[in-house]
Design a binder for this molecule. Structure first.
Ligand SMILES: *[C@@H]1O[C@H](CO)[C@@H](O)[C@H](O)[C@H]1NC(C)=O
Ligand SMILES: *[C@@H]1O[C@H](CO)[C@@H](O)[C@H](O)[C@H]1NC(C)=O
Ligand SMILES: *[C@@H]1O[C@H](CO)[C@@H](O)[C@H](O)[C@H]1NC(C)=O
Ligand SMILES: *[C@@H]1O[C@H](CO)[C@@H](O)[C@H](O)[C@H]1NC(C)=O
Ligand SMILES: [Zn+2]
Length: 291
């Protein structure tokens, strides 16, 4: 009797798990997947100035235990609850043009201006600047979580992609033997395959290697990545993004392509670089915001 009941419970739990997996993994998410965001936030947090680290620690909810990485994908999880926010994860640029302009491209599907990932980065930067005003009207916890996520997303090359294929979301490909879409290859598959092949399936080891490279082989470039004469510089990142999308993500791919080692090995360094840039720039932006 007891055993049967437990078995029923187990079956029920398996159903819940399967359902959760379905919800989590079938959505055509825009932006890095969970690991991509974790990586950028983990790179950023140790680079914060004392003032910025203090502000981040104040703004994070207690359950985050001062780990920005643990909530770096929060913005993807609230896309359904905050339906208005789903257009803020990406930018659609004109097909085949391979260029970006804020005034031309930063709008949502209804043509409403500023509603794109670059506009959202400006928006949440401006909100966070009010941190020291006693009567700030914004929820700055949400502003921080959105900003941390969007600075990651804007570095995923296919976030600044072509309009008609929705940033590679309608381009069917095989990643080795698995059926997927080009957008997802850049959100998740390249990172996953790299972790499996080079890092013993351990994301922490990939993070460590990126951090080491930022302070060694990329040290002088990393200084240049931080440069920004305003508080936030998403337009520069978008321009780089659409260029990387044309030069690397879309290049040589057509509907139905099978992507394997040739593609993986040549694009993996681009993904590493974009993850590193995202982390370095998130920290630099928060340091400019909080002083
Ligand atoms: C700016 O932030 C507010 C508060 O989250 C939100 O309602 C609005 O849609 C945002 N706009 C943009 C362009 O990010
Ligand atoms: C701010 O947003 C967070 C995350 O959505 C929420 O838990 C918190 O209650 C909000 N704070 C206020 C004061 O509304
Ligand atoms: C790729 O092919 C699929 C299936 O035939 C189709 O639905 C999709 O629109 C095509 N994508 C592009 C970008 O042509
Ligand atoms: C780190 O830099 C080395 C040397 O340039 C390079 O071979 C390696 O792929 C880089 N790793 C990552 C994760 O960036
Ligand atoms: Zn996103």
């Amino acid at each position: 009797m007891k055993l049967q009941r437990n078995q029923k419970m187990e079956l029920y739990q398996i159903h819940i798990l399967a359902f959760a997996a379905l919800i989590c993994c079938t959505s055509t998410a825009h932006g890095w997947g969970i690991h991509g965001h974790l990586i950028t936030c983990r790179i950023a947090q140790p680079r914060l100035s004392k003032a910025a680290a203090e502000a981040v620690s104040q703004l994070l909810p207690a359950y985050a235990d001062n780990d920005l990485g643990s909530l770096c994908s929060w913005a993807d999880r609230v896309k359904f609850r905050y339906h208005w926010s789903s257009a803020l994860h990406y930018i659609d640029t004109p097909d085949q043009l391979c260029s970006y302009q804020y005034t031309r491209d930063c709008k949502d599907e209804d043509g409403i201006k500023d509603r794109c990932v670059a506009g959202a980065i400006y928006n949440y930067t401006n909100q966070l600047i009010t941190y020291n005003n006693a009567n700030s009207q914004y929820n700055l916890t949400e502003a921080l979580l959105f900003l941390a996520h969007f600075i990651g997303d804007i570095h995923q090359p296919l976030h600044v992609g072509f309009t008609s294929d929705r940033g590679g979301n309608t381009i069917d490909v095989h990643w080795y033997t698995r059926k997927t879409v080009l957008h997802h290859v850049w959100d998740d598959n390249i990172i996953e395959t790299a972790e499996e092949r080079f890092f013993d399936s351990n994301v922490e080891e990939l993070i460590n290697t990126l951090q080491t490279n930022i302070t060694t082989v990329w040290a002088s470039q990393a200084k240049a990545w931080e440069a920004c004469t305003k508080t936030a510089c998403p337009d520069a990142y978008s321009s780089e993004g659409i260029k990387a999308a044309c030069d690397w993500a879309y290049k040589g791919v057509s509907n139905g392509s099978v992507l394997q080692d040739d593609y993986f090995l040549s694009r993996y360094p681009v993904v590493n670089m974009r993850l590193a840039q995202g982390g370095v720039r998130l920290a630099a932006t928060l340091n400019r915001i909080f002083g």
